[in-house]
Design a protein around this ligand. Structure first.
Ligand code: AMP
Ligand code: MG
Length: 350
């Protein structure tokens, strides 16, 4: 059930994206239509990835992007026995030397734990495993088991000295909430280095763009309706990252209760903050990815407070009761779908 829904969600997301981008393409001038479009698709980082580049001779850049994604996946996979994260998780408490990219991502993850007052926590892997989110063999652990597992979490017990990381023996980390966002950043950088001026990277619905669409037009991004099929709106963006976290992305139902894959580090249980999906937009994919997961945990009020104290992201939050909340910085870039039943959007202001 969970797996079916995930693949459907991804397909819907991709369909939405293709539709919205396609619509805008119809409006392009003759000049911009002549820009060549090339794309490459693959299954990586547990999701469907598509990189589309516009311009002449982008094949080599796309091959390089594909290689980059594969290499990052092989660094950060929790299951690949040759990955750096696997080495860290099976180090027996010994220090492990990691690549610069992994060290940067770990360092940033530890900073995000502080910035979100603990809501973003890469040390939850033992708890996620107990719930079956790592294997899809789902179960509801009892409170005693969760209490014991929480003793094996806590990023303050992780230390990072340059490229040497130390994770205690009984702990395990996972970068599932941030890796795709950082991969978006690094792939965008790689494309630019290879001369690409206009591109869209789609990592399972997490979007990173390079430049604008050919001709200077903005990209139109369809935003998945968390309650059912289709989109609830469209966002017009320039060069940036757009990352979404939702309770509908991976979940299971037992005895009438729905349990999703984003855990509250305080309780060790699926976060019940009243939020059903969060979209974060900003210049950095790694920031947007870390935030989309942690704002989901924090709930509307804490998320709004964090936004008010920040200047590096904007967000759209959908609550379980159907409320849509959007921060003022993207008010003019968002259009609600005509056929979406919830007609009201509340704007969060500074
Ligand atoms: P995302 O789809 O980016 O929101 O990431 C969700 C994934 O992050 C889950 O499948 C877990 O692997 C992991 N995760 C769950 N809860 C948390 C949390 N509170 N902090 C960091 N990672 C988490
Ligand atoms: Mg995330």
């Amino acid at each position: 059930m969970g797996r079916f829904f995930v693949s459907q969600a991804v397909l819907l997301c991709l369909a939405a994206l293709l539709t919205s981008c396609g619509q805008s393409e119809d409006n392009q001038t003759v000049d911009t239509v002549s820009e060549e479009e090339n794309s490459t698709s693959m299954f990586a980082m547990n999701t469907y990835v598509t990189v589309t580049a516009y311009g002449n001779d982008t094949e080599a850049a796309l091959s390089s992007a594909e290689e980059k994604i594969r290499s990052l996946e092989s660094l950060w996979s929790v299951t690949d026995e040759n990955s750096e994260i696997y080495a860290v998780n099976h180090s027996g408490g010994n220090p492990v030397e990691v690549s610069d990219e992994t060290a940067q991502l770990l360092d940033f993850s530890l900073q995000m734990n502080e910035r979100t007052n603990g809501a973003f926590d890469i040390s939850l892997y033992p708890v996620l495993t107990a719930w079956g989110f790592t294997t899809e063999e789902y179960r509801v652990p009892d409170d005693d088991e969760i209490t014991q597992l929480l003793e094996r979490t806590g990023v303050e017990k992780i230390s990072l000295d340059g490229q040497t990381v130390h994770v205690p023996d009984d702990m395990q980390i996972d970068l599932g909430a941030i890796g795709k966002g950082y991969a978006g950043d690094l792939v965008a950088e790689d494309l630019k280095q290879n001369g690409v001026k206009s591109a869209l990277i789609d990592l399972g619905g997490n979007i990173q763009t390079v430049g604008t669409k050919p001709g200077g037009e903005s990209w139109s991004i369809g935003i998945r309706n968390p309650f059912g099929e289709g989109n609830f709106g469209v966002l017009e963006i320039g060069e940036c990252a757009v990352v979404t976290s939702g309770g509908y992305e991976r979940y299971f139902v037992e005895d009438g209760n729905t349990y999703w894959h984003i855990l509250d580090p305080e309780t060790g249980k699926p976060a019940q903050s009243g939020i059903i999906s969060v979209l974060v937009i900003g210049a950095e994919g790694r920031l947007c990815d870390a935030l989309s997961t942690s704002l989901f945990v924090m709930g509307l009020d804490r998320a709004a407070n964090l936004w008010r104290n920040s200047d590096d992201f904007e967000m759209i939050i959908v609550t379980s009761d159907g409320g849509i909340y959007i921060t003022e910085g993207i008010e003019d870039d968002f259009t609600l779908s005509k056929n979406f039943s919830q007609p009201e959007v509340s704007v969060i202001r500074r």
